[in-house]
Design a protein around this ligand. Structure first.
Ligand SMILES: NC(=O)c1ccc[n+]([C@@H]2O[C@H](COP(=O)([O-])OP(=O)(O)OC[C@H]3O[C@@H](n4cnc5c(N)ncnc54)[C@H](OP(=O)(O)O)[C@@H]3O)[C@@H](O)[C@H]2O)c1
Length: 281
């Protein structure tokens, strides 16, 4: 298949390109050099010219706290530009993969959210990603909406890299323990996204690595596996006020993966150990 990938300078886009090449697909990577998402005409012209069979849309405005000060910019990129690309996909008959987030949910309670649970974003980034989902569902039939959370990959900034950097100068850290969710390793997710796009099992999916943890649990496991002697003291979110509110409950159910016959991603601990090896290599 000929597959166009946006956001190839980011964590996920980078790994999707690798998997497409390994599986023998014709991958067309789009970064800002090819077009800015907010230049709707340039984006349309590029995609129409490439005429892909599918678009895997990994690019997004991802600065969650900055988004509170740049609500319009965030909405244009995640909502408006997604609508624009979805419209082109419809016009050329391409499948469309939209990557979304746990932040579309209100994050209350302790149950895992099913794909069609009521939405209720609590921050500007979540609102913009939900606008992207709505545009995709409104315009397209051949779409995959794949919600993920707590992303880490080789090509970009993430929590694991931050913890390892802090371990160089600290032997004690306080980390939030009242937000519960699941890490997502982009190398694992990229395989599943390509599995999906090779099928016509369209729909909405949750695709994090398996298992739930708090950020404090995650940090402890990072230091344990990396052999770093850092003591983690769990603290509530109120100890780390941020511009954007984070959901306390980011648990997401994988039932829709099961219904479609897609495999679950490995556990987050297993993903972490492979990621640490990837960082070393
Ligand atoms: N990171 C997370 O924890 C997380 C959690 C849930 C969902 N997600 C979603 O997962 C997807 C992948 O995330 P990620 O962590 O791989 O993101 P990332 O590393 O922050 O990369 C974002 C990508 O989007 C591109 N981009 C941003 N604005 C653009 C614009 N106006 N025009 C063209 N390109 C633009 C960036 O290009 P430049 O390099 O040129 O800036 C970069 O390639 C996104 O849809 C994100 O919303 C992420």
């Amino acid at each position: 298949m000929k597959i166009l990938v946006t956001g190839i300078t980011g964590q996920l886009g980078h790994d999707v390109m690798k998997v497409l090449a390994a599986r023998g697909h014709e991958a067309i990577g789009a970064s800002r050099k090819e077009f800015s998402l907010t230049d709707f005409d340039a984006a349309r012209a590029f995609v129409e010219n490439a005429k892909p069979d599918a678009i895997i849309h990994c690019a997004a405005y991802t600065a969650v706290d900055k988004a509170e000060d740049e609500k319009d910019q965030c909405m244009i990129v995640n909502g408006g530009a997604t609508r624009n690309l979805a419209a082109v996909a419809r016009d050329i008959g391409a499948k469309f993969v939209y990557i979304s987030t746990d932040y579309v949910f209100p994050g209350i309670g302790e149950e895992a959210y099913d794909v069609d649970a009521p939405k209720g974003p609590t921050n500007a980034y979540g609102l913009s990603k939900l606008a992207g989902e709505e545009a995709v569902q409104e315009l397209l039939e051949k779409y995959f909406i794949v919600r993920i959370s707590w992303v880490f990959g080789i090509n970009g900034k993430n929590f694991i890299k931050t913890m390892l950097k802090l371990a160089e100068t600290h032997d004690k850290l306080t980390v939030v323990d009242d937000q519960i969710g699941s890490p997502t390793y982009t190398a694992d997710l990229a395989e599943l996204l390509v599995d999906m796009v090779e099928t016509d099992k369209y729909g909405v999916y949750h695709a994090t690595n398996e298992g739930f943890c708090s950020w404090a649990d995650f940090a402890k496991e990072i230091f344990r596996q990396a052999g770093k002697n850092v003591t983690v003291t769990p603290v509530p979110s109120s100890a780390y006020p941020t511009k954007a509110t984070r959901p306390k409950n980011s648990r997401m159910s994988k039932a829709s993966l099961d219904r479609a016959g897609f495999h679950h991603l490995p556990t987050w601990q297993d993903a972490l150990s492979r990621y640490l090896r990837e960082l070393e290599a």
